[in-house]
Design a protein around this ligand. Sequence first.
Ligand code: AHR
Length: 324
Amino acid sequence: MKNWTRILLVLTIVMLVLSVGTFAATKKIVVGYAQIGAESEWRTANTRSVQQAAIDADIQLLFVDAQQKQENQIKALRTFIAKKVDVIFLAPVVESGWGPVLREVKQAKIPLVLVDRNVDEKDSSLWVSHMGADFVKEGNKAAKWLGDYLKAQKIDDGKNQINIVELQGTVGSAPAIDRKKGFEDVMKAEHSNWKITRSQTGNFTRAEGKAVMEAFLKADKDIQVLYAHNDDMALGAIQAIEEAGIQPGKDIVVLSIDAVKGAFQAMIDGKLNCTVECSPLLGPQMMQAAEDIVAKKKLPREIWTIEGVFDMTVAAKEFPNRQY
Ligand code: AHR
């Protein structure tokens, strides 16, 4: 081989190695998100936030809407494993039953981050981090607000029984379990005259919230408070209360959780008394986490979102600032 051919060959090899290196360094991050569904205003805002954040961060997002079914989420995780994504995000619809598939993810060496809801699994090495709200605290805040309000309005004298009906979220889900517990903890500690007279799931949807409230009202009209685990169920229930000829927000105190725009409108209209904030805007945090994981940075085990409480007195002022 002549000298100049040898030089040309070496140069070609060097250029090839360099271009492969550059390609590896700029390879687009691919993440999979097993989303629960589209059951509420909160959930659709969460999906929008994640999709937009992925575009902004130039991350490829494989998105699955599991239509509120755990089996669909499990299938999605297996697809993400087969596609060898860099990071998996899971918003688990219920707390239990995740062990086997999470072990498959771990075996495939794909880091998994729990988003929004938590799982009930002993082996916490199956996920690298959980980001979302403290649902027990949300239940605490709802009960605290209610205590102050009922006292200020002279509805509760601390002696006569206050009848509360509860619309629970999806059975077995972290927010349904924790929001119930958080509310009841305060109730037991501070309000021995409060009683949850009826409690049933409305599956976090407006339609089921309405149907369950209709059934509550048919069975018994002696209700002072409705506590709904999310705004959508409260908004459905408000319709049922109005159709029964009762004034929501006045005859029945209505409080819920999420703080979506629809809830602010209902507070402005005088039909909802209070909503405890639960932010769905987790997209930017998730994409940052994906970048950190790929860069081998260690994430905190828990990343909590900071949230407020809004009632009718501040609804009109706050409405223009709401992003979801
Ligand atoms: O997990 C968060 C809950 O899920 C929200 O409160 C509810 O609206 C949603 O569907």
